[in-house]
Design a binder for this molecule. Structure first.
Ligand code: NAP
Length: 251
């Protein structure tokens, strides 16, 4: 039963899509959602990882191939799901990268830069567009986007990634306003530095990524961001946790 004031929203048997579920924050979110009894569609490009994640969890975890930078892959998202999985309560959009990032603007080519926007911004928009119709028809649902402290403060070498996360913030704010007269909730989670595969994928260099995280004053674990996501998703139905900024204690 959901709806009583102060009663935590119950995710049991609710279907939640996690886009970008194959590692880091998305993978940790899948585990937390499953622990809450949700049925989780784990989507990303690396199907092998998703299949491992979904193994021995039939009916509870569905692996789904998804490239958010590909309009066809995203537009066909719902129709590619089996019948019993299409009534999506929530979508957590974790898909994102910073490949070529932490570099001066003239140190990567235009396509490398453009793919960060294509994935982080257009990809988020596409996933939200794919799931919003049924939420709007029902008048209920929950969308969670992944912003970043990089969407609040710029830093040298971050021009494109910063731009992508500023855009995610504006988009998420706009989405919340557009559905403000419904029971659809829209949350932006803004993590600080979190130890995931993000830095390795940025540089294609695991040792450099390890050194980067080891030299940071503090880092968060992906499970700690999943915890914030679950806090928002299990807030009472009448409560929209609009933004959650989570940073390491030592910055
Ligand atoms: P991660 O471990 O590298 O995970 C990124 C996820 O995004 C992977 O599952 C990856 O899956 C997926 N992805 C990338 N491109 C995709 C595409 N075109 N289509 C579908 N999925 C795609 O990094 P993370 O730290 O968990 O990042 C998750 C989100 O948190 C990102 O939006 C990131 O910007 C944000 N964030 C991270 C930090 C941090 O310090 N780590 C801080 C603030 C915000 P596949 O490669 O299998 O497709």
């Amino acid at each position: 039963m959901n709806g009583t004031a102060m009663e935590r929203f119950n995710l049991r048997d609710k279907i939640v899509l996690v886009a970008g579920a194959s590692s880091g924050i998305g993978a940790a979110t899948v585990e937390r959602l499953l622990a809450e009894g949700a049925r989780v569609i784990a989507a990303a490009r690396r199907m092998d990882r998703l299949q491992t994640m979904a193994k021995n969890r039939p009916g509870h975890c569905l692996p789904l191939q998804l490239d958010v930078a590909d309009p066809d892959s995203t537009a066909s998202l719902i129709e590619r799901m089996p019948e019993g999985w299409r009534n999506i309560h929530g979508a957590v959009v974790c898909a994102g990268h910073d490949v070529g990032g932490r570099a001066r603007f003239d140190q990567a080519d235009a396509e490398t830069w453009a793919n960060i926007i294509e994935t982080n911004v257009n990809g988020t928009i596409r996933v939200c567009r794919a799931v919003i119709d049924q939420m709007a028809t029902r008048g209920t649902g929950h969308i969670v986007t992944l912003g970043s402290t990089a969407g609040l403060r710029v830093y040298p070498g971050g021009s494109i990634y910063n731009a992508s996360k500023f855009a995610v913030r504006a988009f998420t704010d706009g989405l919340r306003l557009d559905f403000g007269k419904t029971d659809i909730r829209v949350t932006e989670v803004l993590p600080g530095l979190t130890r995931t595969e993000f830095a390795e994928s940025r540089w294609g260099d695991g040792d450099r990524a390890t050194e980067f995280y080891d030299n940071a004053p503090g880092t968060l674990a992906p499970e700690e961001i999943a915890d914030a996501i679950l806090y928002a998703m299990t807030a009472p139905a009448g409560v929209n946790v609009s933004q959650i900024l989570v940073e390491p204690t030592r910055i």
